[in-house]
Design a protein around this ligand. Structure first.
Ligand code: ZN
Length: 292
């Protein structure tokens, strides 16, 4: 498989991230972390609405009861697009102001998982948290450098996770009843020269679509063998994440960034920071909404 992504929104995001397909509203939520903005892209109209969060926003997902839940630099918060207001839930890193939240996603039972990273790139200073429907946050993984992609298998027995500088996709045994994880191991390693793993999504065949930061692509991998099965070329170096959506779940939306590159490098990729799309050969599930 070798596909090419097209730009559907040339919005020059600083750090586009966290796409999540909202199956109920039929829209794509995504964020520009550095501009503290939530985006709502409606493919039916081509319209992209933006909402300021007042703090850097790492991830956004729909709530089952309506509205959104986000991971802001200063903690988990609900977000109401009608009033454009964030309501804090809990900040598990109140004492670590040099950290901020990054990528996040809900597990099949509707718990919101999101992790942190040091804003100065400090090694191992972040953690991965689990926000339960009771609105209690639990620290699940420590020693994280740059918390990124999350995905769960359809049988909910395995959770995949990316800590970017490790260069790997790791797997955990997952208990959907309790939300506990165990037995961490690496299942995919990104090839030398193809950048670093960032966000990811899983398709209906259990294969992983991994965004390559600095790698101009989304790679498709088999976590059972570690083998790369194909790629989607993206005309931007820093590819940050991807999410399946659309009426059949085959519309793959891809976020990118301008951040981390000088003007010279950006000249060669005028569409960097745009939202991209490709029709995939397989479908993937929409975002699981937050149960709380
Ligand atoms: Zn990311």
């Amino acid at each position: 498989m070798k596909l090419k992504a097209d730009c559907v929104l040339d919005v020059k995001a600083e750090l586009g991230e966290g796409p999540a397909w909202d199956a109920a509203a039929k829209v794509l939520w995504w964020v520009d972390i550095n501009r503290s903005t939530i985006h709502r892209y409606d493919p039916a109209t081509g319209k992209d609405d933006t909402y300021g969060t007042g703090a850097m926003v790492g991830a956004v997902v729909p709530r089952a009861s309506g509205g959104l839940v986000t991971a802001l630099a200063d903690g988990f918060a609900f977000y109401d697009t009608a009033t454009r207001k964030a309501t804090p839930i809990v900040d598990p890193e109140e004492d670590q102001r040099a950290n901020r939240f990054n990528d996040g996603k809900c597990d099949p039972a509707g718990r919101f998982w999101a992790g942190t990273m040091g804003m100065d790139g400090g090694k191992g200073v972040g953690s991965l948290y689990r926000l339960d429907a009771t609105l209690k946050a639990e620290r699940m993984v420590t020693g994280v450098s740059c918390s990124n992609g999350l995905a769960w298998t359809a049988d909910a027995k395995t959770m995949y996770y990316i800590d970017t500088p490790l260069g790997t996709v790791d797997a955990f045994d997952f208990d959907v009843d309790t939300g506990s994880i165990a037995n961490r191991r690496s299942v995919v390693r990104i090839a030398e020269g193809e950048g670093h793993p960032d966000g990811m999504s899983i398709d209906s065949e259990g294969k992983l679509w991994v965004a390559h930061w600095g790698g101009w692509q989304v790679g498709r991998y088999d976590p059972a063998t570690g083998k790369k099965l194909g790629q989607v070329d993206v005309p931007a170096a820093n590819v940050t994440s991807c999410a399946f959506g659309g009426p059949e779940g085959k519309d793959l939306y891809i976020t990118t960034a301008r951040a981390g590159q000088d003007e010279e490098k950006l000249k060669a990729q005028p569409l960097a920071g745009g939202l991209f799309h490709v029709t995939a050969s397989v479908a993937g599930p929409p975002a699981a909404p937050f149960a709380g």
